[in-house]
Design a protein around this ligand. Structure first.
Ligand SMILES: [Zn+2]
Length: 114
């Protein structure tokens, strides 16, 4: 199965290269640029899709994570946004500004929770 996939990919790469060379010979540089941009978009889309599919799904029923005097907070290190975590359903951290958010424990006086 993997070898079949690899040879199919090799053929596709050869076909694209041949098409690019042919177009270049006919002096259609703008078409080549369009093809390259399309390939890049396809590639980045696949990479994004892969990163989504590797995200762990629910590991079980959601559990309360509230701790006395402490708030579990997901923080975005890019823009500074913070989200309070009340129930945990997966080990995968949420994303913000295209980065994984960082889990922090923020001490909170008891009376502020009630
Ligand atoms: Zn952010």
């Amino acid at each position: 199965m993997p070898s079949v996939l690899r040879s199919w990919k090799g053929l596709a790469v050869l076909a694209v290269l041949a098409a690019v060379v042919l177009l270049w010979l006919f002096g259609k540089g703008d078409v080549i640029i369009a093809v390259v941009i399309g390939a890049l978009v396809l590639l980045s889309g696949r990479t994004m899709f892969r990163s989504y599919s590797t995200t762990k799904g629910p590991t079980g029923p959601a559990i309360d994570v509230q701790e006395r005097g402490t708030l579990l907070v997901f923080a975005c290190e890019t823009c500074g946004e913070q989200l309070v975590l009340l129930r945990k359903g997966t080990d995968a951290p949420p994303r913000h500004c295209a980065e994984k958010m960082v889990l922090r424990r923020v001490p909170v006086p008891d009376h502020e929770l009630n």
